[in-house]
Design a protein around this ligand. Structure first.
Ligand code: SME
Length: 160
């Protein structure tokens, strides 16, 4: 489950106090080190308005900076609280297309102190790119972030 990369992420985060910079560093590391992780970003939940707000990301700019709960893969994860692995995005009816190059996607929820606060979203230009191993890796990445930044659950306030 990529223990070396997880160690590297943990080590890098130790010296980064700023949450935005820490989230961006995670995006940069996994975008560059994981094959065909072509877009990597975080969405944070705003529960009162039931909207997801885009946080730091690496990859092509996206128009989807604000997503309603229930809409698209990300919005469905906001409601279910469970990871969503999409083999072929073109086979999904409830999907928000960012680019015609994207073929598969994974969204993994981020919990802090039992509360669903965010999600990591990865798009790939390869079909069926994401497996259970990727999910386990991304769960571990999200856990590292939740442990490193005790204020992460309040990060949404900087995005709204
Ligand atoms: N495809 C996502 C939207 C976000 S972009 O991938 C950056 C979805 O269906 O929720």
């Amino acid at each position: 489950m990529h223990p070396l990369l997880l160690s590297k992420i943990k080590e890098e985060l130790e010296s980064i106090e700023d949450i935005s910079q820490g989230l961006l560093k995670v995006c940069e590391l996994i975008h560059s080190e994981m094959e065909a992780y072509d877009w990597v970003g975080f969405y944070f939940m705003h529960h009162p308005s039931r909207k997801l707000h885009l946080g730091p990301y690496v990859g092509a700019p996206t128009d989807h900076t604000l997503i309603d709960f229930g809409k698209g893969i990300c919005g469905q994860v906001a409601e279910s609280g469970n990871s969503f692995l999409v083999e072929d995005v073109n086979a999904q009816s409830n999907y928000i297309a960012c680019s015609i190059d994207v073929k598969s996607e994974i969204v993994v929820p981020l919990y802090q102190n039992g509360e669903l606060i965010a999600q990591i979203d990865i798009d790939s230009h390869l079909i069926n790119r994401f497996q259970a191993e990727d999910e386990q890796f991304l769960v571990a990445v999200n856990e590292l972030l939740a442990q490193r930044y005790s204020e992460l659950s309040r990060y949404i306030d900087t995005l709204i």
